[in-house]
Design a protein around this ligand. Structure first.
Ligand SMILES: [Zn+2]
Length: 112
């Protein structure tokens, strides 16, 4: 079953961070975002909700299964440079279709 890694960009910094990386396998990224907006899941995003800080999903990586998604999430988190992955921070227009497979990202030279 497909799983997704997603990057959220917050419109203001929270705890000196402006991004949240997560993965989801049992629900779509849209469903996951809705639950974040209802304070379920990441404490950072719940805190952002409390402060009225808005945020949005700016990138999605599609993986074959949850193990790959978790591994990619950890790999990307480990780099500690989410801004380098973020189209908003890089000044690139956010594509309408956010979802891209890792193979496509690699083939097209998109930073991942
Ligand atoms: Zn950003």
């Amino acid at each position: 079953m497909a799983a997704y890694v997603y990057l959220i960009h917050m419109d203001q910094k929270m705890f000196r961070a402006q991004h949240y990386l997560g993965y989801t396998s049992l629900e779509s990224v849209d469903q996951r975002l809705k639950r974040h907006l209802q304070n379920h899941g990441a404490r950072m995003l719940a805190a952002a909700n409390g402060k009225g800080i808005t945020y949005r999903v700016v990138r999605v990586w599609k993986c074959d299964n949850w193990r790959d998604a978790r591994a990619l999430e950890r790999k990307l988190k480990g780099r500690k440079n989410a801004a380098q992955l973020c189209p908003v921070c890089l000044g690139i227009a956010v594509e309408r279709n956010l979802e891209v497979s890792l193979e496509t990202a690699m083939a097209e030279g998109i930073p991942f």
